[in-house]
Design a protein. Structure first.
Length: 244
């Protein structure tokens, strides 16, 4: 699913994905972290996601999220899908897709398992793992997206660094072809794809009046945002037998 696979594809570029790397990051159970803010009486359960993983991993996440919903938790989840795809003309959509590709270094189609999409690393396309999507996580209509939409990310990038200039290579390279055009500078891509998204999601968690939140977000991001939570009145606590 587009909204979920972009991050793992981006991280694979950063990490030079390999079979060993995939074995290291995948598992069959999700390892949640629980934080509590005594002053606000707020409990936050973090679900560190790996967006390419064993089917059992997503089944475990789905089961645990449902148990938390029954205890009054609201699910916050990541998604960089467009705010409203119907608001864009075919030409505008084409430009947005090519600009996003220039940021992340590849075109993300409906599934990373799309073997026709040669812009996705071969190790991902041909892996034995499953792609994260709303269905296998059991995302419900009442759940809340707290991420930055893809078109907004492009706006933020261009406001900060200037227009993303598509070259002849960008226009002539089909979505499903191997992408060998020049991308935007890595430090700028990181700024928008990682740090800006982290700041946005942290603020939405802090600003929420909800007392019980389950946050479904990429595992790599937690290396950065955990410190933010700890520095804003949250303390890591035991899981409190939440899933029994």
């Amino acid at each position: 699913m587009k909204s979920f696979i972009v991050l793992i594809l981006f991280l694979c570029v950063l990490s030079s994905c390999s079979t060993i790397y995939l074995k290291l990051i995948t598992s069959k159970k999700v390892k949640t972290k629980v934080f509590y803010n005594q002053e606000k009486d707020k409990t936050l359960v973090l679900f560190p996601m790996v967006h390419i993983n064993h089917p059992e991993f997503y089944a475990d996440v789905k089961t645990k999220l449902e148990k938390l919903r029954k205890q009054g938790y609201t699910v916050f989840f990541e998604s960089v899908a467009l705010r409203d795809s119907t608001a864009f003309s075919p030409q505008e959509m084409d430009t947005l897709k090519r600009k996003m590709r220039k940021i992340v270094g590849m075109h993300f189609s409906d599934s990373f398992k799309d073997k026709e999409n040669k812009s996705i690393p071969k190790i991902i396309r041909n892996s034995k793992y499953t792609s994260q999507n709303r269905e296998n996580l059991g995302i419900q209509p009442a759940d809340i997206r707290v991420d930055i939409p893809g078109d907004k990310m492009i706006e933020i990038y261009e406001e900060k660094y200037g227009p993303i200039k598509l070259t002849q290579c960008d226009w002539e390279t089909d979505y499903l072809e191997k992408y060998e055009c020049e991308t935007v500078p890595r430090v700028r891509a990181d700024d928008i794809m990682v740090y800006t998204r982290n700041d946005t999601i942290e603020k939405r968690v802090y600003g929420s009046k909800l007392k019980k939140i389950a946050l479904v977000y990429g595992k790599k991001h937690f290396q950065f945002i955990k410190g933010g939570f700890l520095g804003n009145g949250y303390t890591e606590i035991d899981s409190l037998n939440l899933f029994k």
